[in-house]
Design a protein around this ligand. Structure first.
Ligand SMILES: Nc1nc2c(ncn2[C@@H]2O[C@H](COP(=O)(O)OP(=O)(O)OP(=O)(O)O)[C@@H](O)[C@H]2O)c(=O)[nH]1
Ligand SMILES: [Mg+2]
Length: 181
């Protein structure tokens, strides 16, 4: 489908979302890079609102917040409750460590000033890249912002996030990147 449009198409190296994002950042040509889930969870119509604080010169990195914009996938069963709890604890840690007041540290919908994205020393191969992007932006003293965006039920595919398998990596990278390198 992508090939039907006049776009550059990169194929990732198969290591995961973090690896794909790190690979993509190297090719970004414009002033602002936007990341959006490919499964229909996010509405491209929200992109102008997402980039506005960067265009205004108020922020260097803006994430969509499901806490402010609502989500069709975040609540309702025990597994979702556990993910929500873990995600909230991680966000809280980031807020007190860097004296910010973010509400969503795990959303894949974000816009970053390309120059800033290229400078971040990113290491994660999997979805822990989301919190790594935020922590390392704040650590480098760049300005984070949030705008409300709604998360829709995914239209195809399945979640690649397995809390049971991945939680140690989430905790490890949260603490490591907040307090050391
Ligand atoms: N290029 C690339 N993109 C990926 C990969 N894994 C995930 N993604 C992207 O990330 C999006 C979200 O992946 P999900 O597995 O739904 O992860 P999530 O949205 O953080 O988690 P859920 O809350 O469970 O939906 C996908 O729609 C893809 O666009 C990957 O290995 N390579
Ligand atoms: Mg998703």
């Amino acid at each position: 489908m992508a090939r039907e449009f006049d776009v550059d198409l990169l194929v990732d190296n198969g290591l995961g979302k973090g690896a794909a994002i790190r690979q993509a950042i190297k090719y970004v040509a414009g002033d602002i890079v936007v990341f959006i889930d490919a499964d229909g969870s996010h509405d491209p119509a929200d992109i102008p609102r997402l980039i506005q604080p960067i265009v205004n010169g108020e922020c260097d990195h803006v994430t969509g917040s499901r806490m402010k914009g609502g989500s069709d996938e975040l609540h309702g069963d025990f597994a979702k409750f556990l993910r929500m709890l873990g995600s909230d604890i991680i966000t809280l840690g980031i807020n007190y460590r860097f004296n910010v007041r973010l509400t969503d540290s795990q959303n894949g919908f974000r816009a970053i000033r390309s120059e800033v994205a290229r400078q971040l020393p990113l290491k994660e191969n999997i979805t822990t890249i989301e919190q790594e992007l935020i922590i390392k932006t704040l650590k480098a003293k760049y300005r984070m912002g949030e705008v409300p965006t709604h998360e829709y039920k995914r239209k195809s595919g399945e979640s690649k996030v397995s809390v049971r398998r991945m939680w140690p990596r989430y905790v490890y990278t949260w603490l490591k990147y907040m307090f050391s390198g």
